[in-house]
Ligand binder design. Structure first.
Ligand code: SF4
Length: 258
C-alpha cells in the first residue's frame, strides 16, 4: 500500500482533478494522519498507521508558510486557482481553524485576489458555530457525505463517533445553497462488510439527501489512487455520469471525476 502524507504545512501548487491549480494547506501533523473518520479509501492511510506524530502546526506557522508561498509564487507555472485546506486529516479539528481561515482570506486578498479558498471537510464539526462561520465565509466549503444510510457511512467512512445522518442534514440547513456536496462512489469489501453505494436503493436515498440539503454544487468521484483497504473497486465514469443525470435535469451543477 502506498499512501500519501503531506510533509509540509503548505504544499504544491498541485493540479487537482476537481479544483484546478491548488495550493494545499495542511493543518494536521506533518508525519501522521489525524482524523475523526477512518475512511476505507483515505489517501493518507489508516488512523492507526499515523499515530507517531500528533503535533499540529501553530497558527503563526501556518500563516508564515502560506504568506511565503503566496508572495513567492512563480506565475509562469500558472495562476493559483484555489488555496485548499485538506492535508493529513480533517482540517476543522485544528483548534484555531476559525482564525486561520479569516487570516487566509486576508492573505488571499493581498496576494492572489482571484484565487478561491476551499476547505475539504467530512462535515463532522459543522455544528460548531465557529467552524460553521468560517466555512460559510470561504468560497468552497466542500462537505463530504458518502451515503444517506448510516450503516453505509459506517462501512465506508468509519467515523470514530456516533455519526447521525439526521444530525448532519439538520446542521446543513445553515448551508443551503452555500456548500458543495462531495460524494465518493465505490464498491468492494471493507473490513466490516461489503459496500456498494451505486445500487438503486443507495442512489435514490442519496438523491433525496441532495434535495433535502440543497448544495450549490455536487461533486461525485471515485477512487483514483491506492487505498488502505485494497479490495475496493473504482466505479466507471459512465456510471457516475448516469448517477449525475437526474440531478442535472433538476438544474444542479454536478461534476464527475473518474
Ligand atoms: S475524512 Fe478525509 S482525511 Fe478523514 S479519513 Fe476520510 S478521507 Fe481521510
Amino acid at each position: 500500500m502506498s499512501t500519501i502524507l503531506f510533509n509540509e504545512i503548505v504544499f504544491g501548487p498541485i493540479k487537482s482533478r476537481r479544483l484546478g491549480i491548488s495550493l494545499g494547506v495542511n493543518l494536521l501533523p506533518l508525519h501522521g494522519k489525524w482524523c475523526n473518520f477512518d475512511c476505507v479509501y483515505c489517501e493518507c492511510g489508516f488512523n492507526k498507521d499515523g499515530v507517531q506524530d500528533r503535533v499540529l502546526p501553530t497558527k503563526q506557522q501556518v500563516m508564515q508558510a502560506l504568506e511565503s508561498k503566496l508572495a513567492n509564487h512563480d506565475s509562469t507555472i500558472g495562476k493559483i486557482d484555489t488555496v485548499t485546506f485538506s492535508g493529513n486529516g480533517e482540517p476543522t479539528l485544528h483548534p484555531d481553524f476559525h482564525e486561520i481561515i479569516f487570516k487566509t482570506l486576508e492573505l488571499r486578498d493581498l496576494y492572489a485576489k482571484e484565487a478561491k479558498v476551499s476547505v475539504l471537510t467530512n462535515g463532522s464539526r459543522i455544528g460548531d458555530p465557529k467552524v460553521a462561520e468560517a466555512l460559510l465565509k470561504v468560497d468552497n466549503a466542500i462537505i463530504k457525505i458518502d451515503s444517506a444510510f448510516e450503516e453505509s457511512v459506517k462501512l465506508i467512512d468509519r467515523p470514530l463517533f456516533n455519526y447521525s445522518t439526521d444530525k448532519i442534514v439538520k446542521e446543513l440547513e445553515l448551508f443551503r445553497g452555500k456548500f458543495v456536496l462531495q460524494t465518493m462512489f465505490l464498491r468492494g469489501n471493507t473490513p466490516d462488510g461489503v459496500i456498494d453505494n451505486t445500487v438503486k436503493e443507495e442512489v435514490e436515498a442519496w438523491y433525496n439527501l441532495v434535495l433535502k440539503t440543497g448544495p450549490r454544487e455536487v461533486m461525485i468521484y471515485t477512487i483514483d489512487r491506492e487505498t488502505p483497504v485494497t479490495d475496493l473497486q473504482k466505479v466507471l465514469v459512465g456510471e457516475l455520469e448516469l448517477i449525475a443525470l437526474p440531478l442535472r435535469a433538476r438544474g444542479y451543477k454536478v461534476t464527475v471525476s473518474g
